[in-house]
Structure formats: C-alpha cells, structure tokens
Design a protein around this ligand. Structure first.
Ligand code: FMN
Ligand code: FE2
Ligand code: FE2
Length: 407
C-alpha cells in the first residue's frame, strides 16, 4: 500500500512477466492498479488480474478488516481488473459492488455474486464516503460496453481503469512525476491507445466530453503510471487521435460470391460510400488471408459483410472470419449484413446472428425505422439474384450505413 493522496492508497500488483494479453504478449509487462479510499466509509476501486486475486485479497486483509469494506467499485469487468472479486466478495461480506447496469450480469456470472450485492450506478450518481465523494460517469465501449470512470471530487482524481493506461511494469516508480523524463512513456502510451482504444475510437470523443467537464488533477489509471501532472497532455493525445480518425472514416466491405451477384452489390455499396467521402476497402474473402482480414476489421470504423446463400448456408470462408469476431475488439462497432439470394436467403441472417453475437452494432430494419422513419430499407440487406434492378435500394442502404459509421 502506498498513500498517493489524502486517504487514497495504491494497492496494486506490478506484473513484470512478459504478459500474455488478448492476442499479444506485453514485452514490458504491465501493472494492475487498484485503489483504496479509507474515509468514514471504505471504498476499493477496481482490483487486479485474476492470477493474483487471492494474493490481493490476502494483502488487503492484512491492511484492514475486510468486513469493514463498504464498497468495491468495478469500472470495467475484464478479469485483469475484476479478478480478485471472486475471493474478495466472500470475505468482504458487507461490501457492495458498485458498477453500471451492463456490468452486473457479467460479474454475477463470472464470480457467482448474488444480485443483492450490487449497487448499480449511472452517469452523475454520487456516493458519499464521509468527507469524500465519488461520482460515476459512463464511458461505454472504452473498451467494453459496461465501462465507467470514477471521480473523487475532493482530490480531483479520476480513476479511469484502462483509459489513459500504459502497459509498463515499473517496480520502483508509480507516478509519472517520479520519472526523470516524463515523455519517455509517450511512445508506450500511444501504442496502448492504438491497441486498446483505437478500435473503439468513435467512443473516444464522447468520453473526452465527459472527462472535460470534471476538474482533474490526477488520472489514476489501472495499468502503468498514475498521471499526476500534465493531465491535459494525455487527454489531448486521445482527443487528437480521435479527431484525426473522424476525418478519415474507414469502411470495410467483406464479401463472397459464386456468380458475381453479391460482388455487384458490394460495388454499389462501395461507390456510394466513396462518394460520401469515406475511405472504402472492398475484399473478396476467398482471395484474402484470414489474419490480414482480421486486422482490417479491427481498424475499420464499420464493416459490411456480404454473402450469397448456398444450400441454406454461407458459402466459402466468410464463416471462418465471423467465428473470430468474438476474439476481436469489435464490441459496439457498426456493421451490416448484405447479400444476394435465390429463394430463401438464410446466409445473411446467419451473418446477422454472428454480428449480434460478437456485440457489434448490427443494423436492423427496426432500428432504421425507429431512427430515420425510413421503412423501405431493410437490414440485413437482401436482393434476389442479380441486383441490377435494386440499385436505388442498395444506395439508400449505403447511406444509412454511412450515417451509422460517421462520428
Ligand atoms: C449451388 C447453389 C445453391 C444455392 N442454394 C440457395 C439456397 O439454399 N437458398 C437461396 O436463397 N438461394 C440459393 N442459391 C441461389 C443463390 O444464392 C443466388 O443465385 C445468388 O444470387 C448468388 O449470388 P452470388 O453470385 O453472389 O453467389 C443457390 C445457388 C447455387 C448455385
Ligand atoms: Fe480491458
Ligand atoms: Fe486492462
């Protein structure tokens, strides 16, 4: 434990292994920063990786009577931060888990926690700890749906979990102000943005709007250094990157085709999106490498998946790509299914199921009707055989998709 502000303690774990992480290895290691606020009430902000969950709970138990822990704030459910909940929740029997509504189900399932143990918060809600006050602010899809940040008013400290983090293990220093050259972390800070945040870049500017309304002196991250000075610089890096992406919105069209009909649809979509000023790449999945396609999916702002139907199924290798979606950072990313068919057209519906299953924002007719009032465009977008008589309908669908990816 180390006191970093009045009544605020760092209680984390430095992980100086080469840490396996999603599809990568973190060569410089990382850390999992959790924080304990010991006011009249006691609140823990996030925990550590599951691997160190028991160790964390034991350590915390040496510092305090766990039965006196009042709140466990979970900003983000991924197990590199919520990992100690399983052991902690059983010992800290009086603690409530404070999180967004989206987090409840996941945490209940992951750690077998009763529903009564949760205190669900929404943007603007506050929690009085005695002399200190926490407020909560949702930052969806940075980088998963349930994410929020927690603000400690009296210390002007923002607990951001993954946001503004850096994957670096440093056993000696915790604060960026302790570095000889603060800017030595900038490259790693930007690499982290690229890896974790950039696939969700459309959510970055809304998040910046949220945090700009707060008076922040310290950004208490959950990986790497605590940013205890020049916070505007770090926020500026995110804002600038997101603004640049806004100027260069990328649409990706992936399709398969047996006799060229779905390809024709792809061309019409491509032309319309290009005319609307987007950067569009169109790929026949039969002619591309899986890994290459997966990378392009990560960095696209929105993806159109096209397929015809062959014996009630998806022909070719598109399904192999769809199966990988869950492993990618695509939650909340706009997508749509389209394709030519003959009589039943099952394949596009199967594609739609994959998109929804991976948490993508898949366009659906009902949403389009509700948001635009247009009832003549349907998603998934299906055309019988040759699409030449459906050009206008396809162009109109491209426009709806354009609105979904513009940010
Ligand atoms: C071998 C074969 C099987 C097909 N099976 C189906 C099917 O089960 N359901 C359907 O709606 N259309 C089926 N079709 C029709 C195609 O989906 C339709 O011709 C479509 O326009 C082909 O588009 P493509 O040229 O992009 O592949 C089949 C076509 C072929 C050649
Ligand atoms: Fe995460
Ligand atoms: Fe993380």
């Amino acid at each position: 434990m180390r006191e970093i502000a009045d009544k605020v303690f760092w209680i984390g774990k430095v992980d100086d292994r080469k840490v396996p992480f999603h599809r990568l290895v973190l060569e410089k290691g990382t850390s999992y920063n959790a924080y304990l606020i010991r006011d009249e009430k006691t609140a823990l902000i996030d925990t550590v990786d599951m691997l160190y969950g028991k160790e964390f709970t034991d350590n915390l138990g040496k510092e305090m009577d766990l039965l006196t822990l009042d709140f466990i704030v979970i900003n983000h459910t991924e197990p590199d931060h919520s990992g100690a909940l399983g052991s902690l929740i059983r010992k800290a029997q009086n603690a409530k888990v404070v999180c967004t509504a989206f987090a409840v189900y996941e945490l209940m399932e992951m750690y077998k926690i009763d529903k009564e143990r949760f205190l669900v918060v929404r943007t603007g809600d506050t929690l009085n700890l005695g002399t200190k006050t926490l407020s909560f602010h949702e930052t969806p899809f940075l980088h998963t749906e349930e994410t929020m940040v927690t603000y400690l008013e009296e210390e002007k400290m923002l607990f951001t979990c993954d946001i503004f983090s850096t994957h670096i293990a440093d056993n000696d220093r915790l604060l960026v102000s302790e570095l000889e050259d603060e800017d030595s972390i900038l490259e790693d800070f930007k690499v982290y943005y690229k890896l974790i945040m950039d696939p969700h870049r459309r959510y970055v500017l809304p998040m910046i709007d949220v945090v700009k309304k707060l008076d922040i002196r310290t950004i208490a991250t959950s990986h790497g250094y605590i940013l205890d000075q020049n916070v505007e610089k770090y926020m500026g890096i995110y804002e600038e990157a997101a603004l640049q992406s806004k100027e260069n919105v990328k649409a990706l069209i992936l399709y398969n085709t047996m006799s060229g009909n779905t390809k024709k649809m792809a061309r019409i979509l491509e032309n319309e999106l290009t005319e609307q000023g987007f950067i569009v790449e169109s790929i026949n999945t039969e002619k591309a490498e899986l890994e290459e396609v997966l990378t392009k999916i990560q960095y696209a702002d929105g993806i159109l998946f096209g397929t015809s139907t062959k014996y009630a199924d998806i022909p070719g290798n598109l399904e192999a790509i769809l199966k990988e979606l869950k492993e990618l950072e695509v939650e909340g990313k706009p997508a749509a299914a389209f394709g030519s068919y003959g009589w039943s057209g099952e394949a596009v519906e199967v594609v739609q199921d994959y998109l929804v299953g991976a948490g993508m924002k898949a366009l659906r007719s009902s949403d389009v009707i509700k948001s635009t009032g247009m009832s003549d465009i349907s998603f998934p977008l299906r055309v019988r055989f040759n699409p030449e008589n459906s050009t206008n309908e396809i162009k109109a669908a491209a426009s709806v998709f354009a609105d979904a990816i513009r940010f």
